[in-house]
Design a protein around this ligand. Structure first.
Ligand code: ZN
Length: 158
């Protein structure tokens, strides 16, 4: 019997500060084609599909949407990337993240969220993936955010 492809390889991953908020990073090299992690979540009821305000909804099939807002689901920290190193595969109504190419330790994981998500949520505020935001601009954004944080603190004190 062949081993199922759909079994996460138990890679060492870490949640860290990324360009788009928090992100998921590889702490060790991941070979091309490896199953990295499962996007795990609770299946929504029909009603919840309309009322849920979770940021981590994933439409698995037309009839099944899961909510990845769950502590154990580190895959929810994977950000969109226009030059992804991961891809999503749906298998047996479950969601799996695979490595599109060899991923080196320290790299942030990303997959393509798809055109409709991109146009609705990322395009309006500017995509912050590693392809769209250069190291230099990222450093500038971080500096600006730090400044704003300090200003806010000052305002609170006054
Ligand atoms: Zn991008």
């Amino acid at each position: 019997m062949t081993k199922s492809r759909y079994k996460p390889g138990g890679f060492d991953l870490a949640v860290r500060r990324a360009r788009a908020g928090k992100g998921l990073f590889a702490k060790e090299d991941i070979p091309k084609g490896a199953c990295v992690v499962e996007y795990f979540g609770r299946t929504l009821t029909r009603e919840e599909e309309y009322t849920s305000r979770s940021r981590y909804l994933f439409e698995v099939t037309k009839k099944k949407t899961i909510d990845g807002w769950y502590k154990g689901n580190v895959a929810r920290y994977i950000n969109h990337s226009c030059k992804p190193n991961c891809e999503v595969e749906i298998y047996k109504k479950r969601v799996w993240i695979f490595a599109l190419r060899r991923i080196k330790a320290g790299e942030e994981l990303g997959y393509d969220y798809g055109k409709s998500y991109f146009n609705a949520f990322l395009k309006p505020m500017g995509c912050r993936c590693t392809k769209c935001m250069s190291e230099k601009r990222w450093a500038k954004v971080q500096a600006k955010e730090l400044k704003q944080k300090k200003l806010k603190k000052k305002k609170k004190k006054a």
